[in-house]
Design a protein around this ligand. Sequence first.
Ligand code: NDP
Length: 292
Amino acid sequence: MNDRITLNNDITMPALGFGVFQTPPAETAASVAEALRVGYRLIDTAAAYGNEREVGEAVRASGLDRSEVFIETKLWISDYGYEEALNGFDKSAGKLGVDTIDLLLLHQPLTSDFDKTIGAYKALETLLADGRVRSIGVSNFMPEVLERLLAATDVVPAVNQVEVHPFFSQSDVQKADAGHGILTQAWSPMGGITSYGGSDRSTFDDPVIGEIAAQHGKTPAQVMLRWHLQQGRSAIPKSVRPERITANFDVFDFELTEEELARIDALETGVRSGPDPDSITLASFARDIPEA
Ligand code: NDP
């Protein structure tokens, strides 16, 4: 298992990153600072999270060279369309305080207005050609939507960031991604959404994961993250608690067996905890992304 992954455009990035969805702006700089201190070198944010500015502050304050930190962010659907997405990049880069974004994703497909989605992706292609972003990709693109995108654009996305955890692993999406050389990056990699999303069963309390964790002297969170890494996915766990931020990065000193990986695979429920990507429309999810 490699702790870095080479994308389909030869850019490399850490397999394990740090997410900041639902991290309040006031807590973001401290949690990103802690993550960078313990060794994370990939930060995943989004225009819609409202904390890009604080991510940028923490990266600058870390003393690390800009080239050592892989910054990933996402354009929100309110900024889709070609010109709008170019402006969306300016807003994100401005808040992050960077000239170049390492990986820029479309946060959601807008299936009800796919022309705008295509326009936004073409803007990402322009930004890539101009060297403003080092790689481009998508998030929450199901296989048939991905095919529609590929048919209308030139650059194959480097990454598709989707809900993947032991209760919902979207093997069809992973297969489609792999078929195009697209890296699947797991959001809610430890199944956080199964706890805060209101499901009655949480991955953290699953007895099979608990048993495997006990076997290795590790925590359920660490076992879930290791499961992603050994299966070749990128994962971006989130926490605001220093002890968890540290523990979630401590996954490079043990190995799950094939049998253990298969037992975790078998926890699949077929039920997504996040929103159905088809349900994301401007009518229900538009939000104003402020200028930088
Ligand atoms: P995670 O699987 O990372 O779980 C995070 C949740 O679990 C938080 O409630 C956190 O609470 C808790 N937690 C963290 N570490 C531990 C631990 N070791 N033991 C027990 N509980 C723990 O889910 P997220 O939904 O946060 O997803 C991670 C990242 O993925 C996001 O931050 C974001 O970057 C991305 N994402 C992208 C989406 C998209 O549509 N593209 C959608 C959702 C997420 P606490 O902070 O209190 O520790």
